[in-house]
Design a protein around this ligand. Sequence first.
Ligand SMILES: [Zn+2]
Ligand SMILES: [Zn+2]
Length: 301
Amino acid sequence: MNLTILGSQGAIPKLNQFSSSHVLQVGNKNILIDCCEGVQFQLRRYKIKLSNIEIILISHAHGDHFFGLMGLLTTLSLLKRDKKLEIFCPVSVLRIVQAHIKYAKIKFSYELKLNGLKSEKSKRIFECPSYIVQTIPLKHSIYTNGFLIKEQPKKRKLLIDKLKDKKIDKIYYNKFTKGLNVIDEDGNEVSYLDVTKEGDNSKSYAYCSDTSFCESIIDTIRGVDLLYCETTFLQRHQDKAKSTFHSTTKDAGILAQKSEVKKLLIGHFSSRYDDIQEFFNETKKNFNDVMLSEEGKKIVI
Ligand SMILES: [Zn+2]
Ligand SMILES: [Zn+2]
């Protein structure tokens, strides 16, 4: 998994600093998470292949998370995309997109499938051979989901010497890597456990924006390889965070600590602050392995 940060800021973008958008690459597929205003320029700037975007996930209906969506969808059509594109978003965003398509009489070159989300519980919303997407219901001023993306379990690794000792035909190798036993030519059952070892660990990424501190998501995100949690405010503005349903540096640090995640990425910084280093220093007080969002930063998960 590879993550590229397209936007690091909160609601008000700055020159060359955009609102929330991430691209997660799993194998050769791209998952676009939130669509800030100007997202298509950021995708081009960081050389993300538009044609490899398989799904788009939108957290909520605040503009800093989806104002770039219609521009991108239209451009993909003008570029004559022919692959199906699926969007998962709150029903409110779905209605806005449908209204835009209707009143602008847009005819896309590709099949656009809009999936409206409204559940308050964590749900598996998409699965393909390489990854699974699950929602993370968050606590914001309007209906909001974060997203947990997990690689599918990796295939088991063959123990070639053991397979040769047992004189097992290569046609069975694939079955063993999938964790299946095989009956050999002599009618004996060969257990996959005897001829394979565990595959590599599957990686996971949790994206949580926007939210106030939310104890109920801890079980869903526990132990992920990378957690993104918004930190709109520094600790001295905790009252502001509370009234707008956002997180502070301390909230994000404690969430990461309690969820026992491996690494924490913070972002969605309020435009009132000039020095984002302060976010890093404050968050570190509660969780050591922390990174700051910056446009163009690439993270290998
Ligand atoms: Zn926001
Ligand atoms: Zn918001």
